[in-house]
Design a protein around this ligand. Sequence first.
Ligand SMILES: [Zn+2]
Length: 325
Amino acid sequence: MTCQPGKPGEEGVRVMNERFGTPPRKSERVLLRIPIRVEGKDTLGNEFDETTYTLVVNRSGGLIVVAHLLQQGSTIKITNLKSRISCSFEVVMRAAGSLSGSPEWGVKCLEPEVEIWGVHFPTRTEEPAAANLTHVLLECRECFYREMAALTVEQYRRLAAQSRLPRSCPKCGVIRDWKFAVIEDEPGGVSPALAAPAASGLTPWGEADGRRDKVVAAKLPLEIRLPDGSEETSTTENISESSLCFACNLDMQIGDTVYVSVGLDPPGEQRDIPARIMWRRPTSGKGRTFYGAKLENGNDTGAASYRLSAFGFRRNPAEAIHPKF
Ligand SMILES: [Zn+2]
């Protein structure tokens, strides 16, 4: 199971990689809700067929919601209901916590070359040999092929500033313009697949004009600070103009105000932006917790600098400047 951070089984890999001077990393995960059909046998040996969805995906597997009780080690068939592509998976573990209300399962793909999720996860050798790569889910504007691309700082800034980035498309076979892949366009939640946003009466700013808050998967550097002074460095899992999702070890509760600085600008040029914790989802084992947070004071200068750094634009409510997703 590779979508949970900090698993004990990865220690050997980590030590080995450090010896060779390369940072340890498996394929990047994406919090992505993909409709799927799951077929297999439950713990009683009864065949079932369930329509459900993914929570997290990566190259080698994912975390999925299945109401039926599954046997660890058993094989199930998953069909991506968008692409109709099917693949065999092994049930690796049951997630300890569940906010979806149904059991959640870690599954390992037995045919990873099939790319059942419709996302290409590059291997390390396919990535640029540069430091400080930022992973972003991109989409070819022509064929809609998706890739969890590793971008240099310069490439990310160009993408953010111009809403497009020319690069090779394996499916088209030529250089194409790529854009941020929008993974959700529902208002009010960074990732409703993981948890319903708390009914807190917080009206996300920016929705008064009916515009939806689009979410993209971009792993930007992130500093989180709590009012008591404790802090942690992480990366975002996904971001929108007014919200972000991340994993970290700090213990925060729904409704807490924390301070975040996000983006590729040098730390000295960033501002702490107050954000409200909207939902949390403990990962299983000793892994970190996923949090969803909404920026407070969304139209102040701190939030504007966040949007400039993350998306390359400064959105003044009086101006009709929107990112071109
Ligand atoms: Zn293409």
